[in-house]
Design a binder for this molecule. Sequence first.
Ligand SMILES: C=C(NCc1c(COP(=O)(O)O)cnc(C)c1O)C(=O)O
Length: 432
Amino acid sequence: LLHQNGYNRPEERRPDGFATNAIHVGSEPSQETGAVMPAISLSTTFKQDAVGVHKGRLFWNGYEYSRSGNPNRDAFEKAISSLEFGKYGIAFASGSATTATVIQSLGPGAHVLAVNDVYGGTFRYLTRVAEETQGLEVTFVDLQTASDKEILSKIRPNTKLVWIESPTNPTLRVIDVPHIIRVVHSHPSRPLVLVDNTFLSPFYSSPLLLGADIVMHSVTKYINGHSDVVMGVLVLPERHLQLAERLRYLQNASGAIPSPFDCWLALRGVKTLPLRMKQHGLNALRIASRLAESPYVQEVIYPGLVNHPRHAVALASLSPHAAKFIDSLPAETLTHGVPYGGMVSFRIKGGEGAAEKFLTKTRLFTLAESLGGVESLAELPALMTHGSIPKEEREKIGINEDLIRLSIGCEEAEDLIDDIEQALENVVGESA
Ligand SMILES: C=C(NCc1c(COP(=O)(O)O)cnc(C)c1O)C(=O)O
């Protein structure tokens, strides 16, 4: 996979550097105290040596006021930039604040082309908030099936950005990211391509290596990884210094910044990202394989399964470190497919209400929104995370009330399988 996917830059060939960078970048021992872990800098303001003269920062001028710059935020931004093979990291108070700031940067009357299945909050911001506040125009397109010609025909003179999630939340559509980027960048106006990499995390996907202009994460999810921080981040490559400066300006001017403590927690979370993502992926593959055999399940959706219609596309855009991880696994682990992140969606049998009943019967899976923590979560997108999408829109893309979304945690896989099977038996088995 590592060679099949053609990774040939030195840093790409050193996928083992990923785990090392996750632990060390942004956490260099303090020059002053020797502290191995960064201190938490809560001060909101910083002494200036003379008017406008302050201590140097990483990418921009010195610290003057915590909204404009903070050591813990710098450390986190540096760490996540390194894990995404980028140059500029810009962190925000949430994934949604990140979305808002990116859209704000496009200016009035811009047009965005978005994949037709995105997080419900992203849909809400694009179609309801930005339309009102800045006259944003949005076109949703199934980037799984649209031809190159169709995609290019949807690009308008005011198209500034193409918004991709892959796999998408919650139907796990797999977009051929490098191909779509090539098509969009072939248009004379060369719109920017943003990849919301939340679901795969920097471990399974490196969108900047695939040609993306911006990578975005809800850090709330896998990057922090412990369901105790709400945060977001953008990472941009070196070629986009001007755009990074614009976004950094808006980060300060709009002020949707994360707290120093949240940045400190997220930096701590990042250190175990590789370990956690491997466990998430191995557990998800086991559970998806068992769900595929269950008499109580209509359909299981996990692009890591070899019989998923877009499995080959998924494999082709794996990151170098994920490719190396998969190449290292024993053959018997890969009988049904490969680890591909921790998100599994499935359609339950048993008719109306079966999904809601299932969600009250699990004992280890917690019924809750969000995803990416070490604990396993389960939810009903149609009525929960994607409830803000009009029903007819939701059902057009398969977000029906039989679709359950699982965030597979790092517990023992057998415990998770037992929990799902007892809940299915309880709900569908008894009603059969
Ligand atoms: C809360 C959920 N999603 C948040 C999210 C967001 C928003 O992130 P927040 O940190 O929750 O604001 C952005 N992008 C994706 C792909 C997301 O999944 C959820 O799907 O349960």
